[in-house]
Design a protein around this ligand. Structure first.
Ligand SMILES: Nc1ncnc2c1ncn2[C@@H]1O[C@H](COP(=O)(O)OP(=O)(O)OP(=O)(O)O)[C@@H](O)[C@H]1O
Ligand SMILES: [Mg+2]
Length: 269
């Protein structure tokens, strides 16, 4: 198991992709992706609707049929049974039971993964759901429901959390609360891969993967994104990047100040 107190450089890469291709029908949904995330950090996966974010996340958690390539998660092949306890996954639509209470939902998922006693209370507290613990999930607001999914993913203290648009539909206060929770989890050594449409969330990440049309256009820090594109907002930066990519010149962006370990551009020659 990834030792959360060990220096991250000595640990197995959190996620490593080599030549990952996913074809659906006649279309390549993901195209020959290479990626290495060596440290437990908050990694934002950003890109327009339909670019392949959920497909990439499903591949990483081992529930997507892949066409070619390899995916290594915490040193093991994606989908390896022992990873079930080490990787928490929240799908894009909340996958919890409306006719059970918050506590019953969490207790159910806890039994499935064999989480330690006390974990139910811990995850309900972490996600600020204590006041709703005895309430049916069907009677909760959208934001509260997504926090129940998140609570379930936190059971067993996974080393990696894969969260597909966890903040969609939340008001700015709740979004800020969730992001501070993500930061706390990362500070404790958990790796987080978080997808979002909302570009201003980019600045809350340690590292960004910008996707478009099945490829990763850029792999950099938020500061590098702004610096390399000469822009002041993540929104603007992404548009600039897309324009450059369309001009087949994306590889000239983003080299300044790039740390050497795996801070590299993906999907460009
Ligand atoms: N079952 C399917 N069969 C064929 N193509 C599919 C299927 N599901 C999704 N796709 C296609 O795969 C592509 C990537 O979809 P994916 O859900 O990964 O995108 P996304 O980036 O997560 O989008 P969003 O931001 O809207 O959630 C899309 O073009 C979509 O049309
Ligand atoms: Mg999606």
């Amino acid at each position: 198991m990834l030792n959360k107190s060990a220096p991250t450089t000595e640990a197995a890469p959190v996620i490593e992709l080599r030549g990952l291709t996913v074809r659906r029908g006649r279309r390549d949904i993901l195209r020959d992706l290479d990626l290495s995330i060596p440290a437990a950090e908050v990694v934002g996966l950003l890109g327009p609707s339909g670019c392949g974010k959920s497909t990439l996340m499903r591949s990483i958690v081992g529930v997507q049929k892949i066409t070619a390539g390899t995916i290594t998660v915490l040193g093991l092949g994606a989908g390896t049974p022992s990873l079930r306890h080490r990787v928490g996954y929240v799908t894009q639509s909340a996958s919890v039971y409306d006719d059970l209470t918050v506590e019953q939902n969490i207790a159910y998922f806890s039994r499935i993964i064999g989480a330690p006693p006390g974990d139910i209370e811990r995850v309900i507290t972490t996600t600020d759901l204590v006041p709703y613990a005895r309430q049916l999930v069907g009677s909760l607001s959208g934001g509260q429901r997504s926090r129940v999914s998140l609570a379930a993913a936190l059971l067993g203290s996974p080393d990696l959390l894969v969260l597909d648009e966890p903040t969609v539909g939340l008001d700015p206060v709740l979004r800020a609360d969730l992001w501070s929770m993500f930061r706390n989890l990362a500070a404790d050594g958990t790796g987080l891969l978080i997808s979002s449409h909302v570009m201003d969330e980019a600045t809350r990440c340690d590292r960004l993967l910008l996707m478009r049309d099945g490829s990763i256009l850029a792999d950099l820090t938020p500061a590098e994104l702004l610096e390399s594109t000469g822009t002041t907002s993540a929104d603007e930066a992404f548009l600039t990047l897309i324009e450059h990519a369309a001009g087949a010149d994306a590889s000239s962006l983003g080299e300044a100040g790039r740390p050497t370990h795996a801070r590299r551009r993906i999907g460009t020659p």
